[in-house]
Design a protein around this ligand. Structure first.
Ligand code: 13P
Ligand code: ZN
Length: 274
């Protein structure tokens, strides 16, 4: 049995491939990280390199994730190539005892480093792990075209985006009752966008990056991919509806949203309702 035969590694690769097939990952667009469970890290450890690569400071600190291991996509690597060549495209990194540096212990066999958004992923793992009592394990960023299009024409507020997306399809408030946070346009890949996204992810499971894409978190690959998929599909419906050029004659009312929340046993963010 090789490292690529372990179910968690297979699921990581499949999620990358699913995202590629959705059209969310042109070239090297997007990135994915998974925080390994202790028993998973123990199973994969025999396959790690004899000599780990040097420690690299991240510019951010997440003390609650000291000593953890992550599977990550590589910076500049194409999601399209993950399934055919995972060893070239992916890596496993270990976090140091201070929670401020990583080192590569497996993968990226032709060189490279984890995604340029690793500081953002790492800080958001830290925040979401704290917010969910350790349940959050997956952080996923994709370049979702319809949601990006929305960020040119809708005010960049959490409330405006959450309401528009909830009302785009009846199941939306059930899938993301907490709504979405919105981060204004920022330079990608640095500590600033990491900290701005963290502020949103303290209370949201998903953060829109204006003119860039979407950042989502969840406990496993199915739920996290499903959240990305549901939000992007809602955005697609919104764009399709606006593209008709016809006046909107009816929509889901705020009382309709409240009724969905009541019947499905979810709590909507009340300050977003009229
Ligand atoms: P990476 O190739 O470094 O993961 O960057 C892609 C991206 O989408 C940046 O936001
Ligand atoms: Zn991106």
């Amino acid at each position: 049995m090789g490292i690529l035969d372990f179910p968690i590694v297979k699921k990581f690769i499949r999620t990358c491939d699913d995202g590629w097939k959705q059209g969310w990952h042109e070239r090297n667009g997007g990135n994915l990280t998974y925080r390994l469970k202790e028993e998973e890290a123990a199973q994969l450890r025999p396959f790690f390199d004899m000599q780990p690569r040097p420690w690299v400071p991240m510019g951010v600190t997440g003390a609650n994730l000291a000593g953890e291991f992550f599977i990550a996509t590589g910076s500049g690597k194409f999601f399209r190539n993950v399934d055919p060549d995972p060893e070239d495209s992916l890596c496993i990194v270990e976090i140091n005892g201070a929670g401020d540096s990583y080192r590569i212990v497996w993968g990226l066999v032709n060189g490279g480093r984890p995604t340029s958004e690793f500081p953002t992923h790492f800080m958001n793992h830290s925040v979401r792990a704290a917010a969910t009592d350790g349940a959050t394990r997956v952080i996923y960023h994709a370049h979702t075209p319809n949601l990006i299009a929305m960020t040119y024409v809708l005010p960049l507020t959490d409330r405006d985006f959450s309401r528009a997306l909830w009302k785009s399809a009846t199941e939306c408030p059930v899938v993301f009752p907490g709504g979405v946070g919105v981060v204004p346009w920022m330079v990608p890949g640095g500590a600033d966008i990491a900290l701005a996204t963290c502020e949103k992810m303290k209370t949201f499971e998903a953060a829109v990056w204006a003119q860039h894409g979407l950042f989502v978190s969840g406990p496993d690959f199915d739920i996290t991919f499903g959240l990305m998929h549901t939000i992007e599909k809602a955005a697609q419906i919104w764009i399709l509806q606006k593209s008709t050029g016809l006046p909107e004659l009816q929509t889901i009312t705020d009382d309709g949203l409240r009724a969905i929340a009541r019947d499905f046993g979810v709590t909507l963010r009340e300050e977003f309702l009229d």
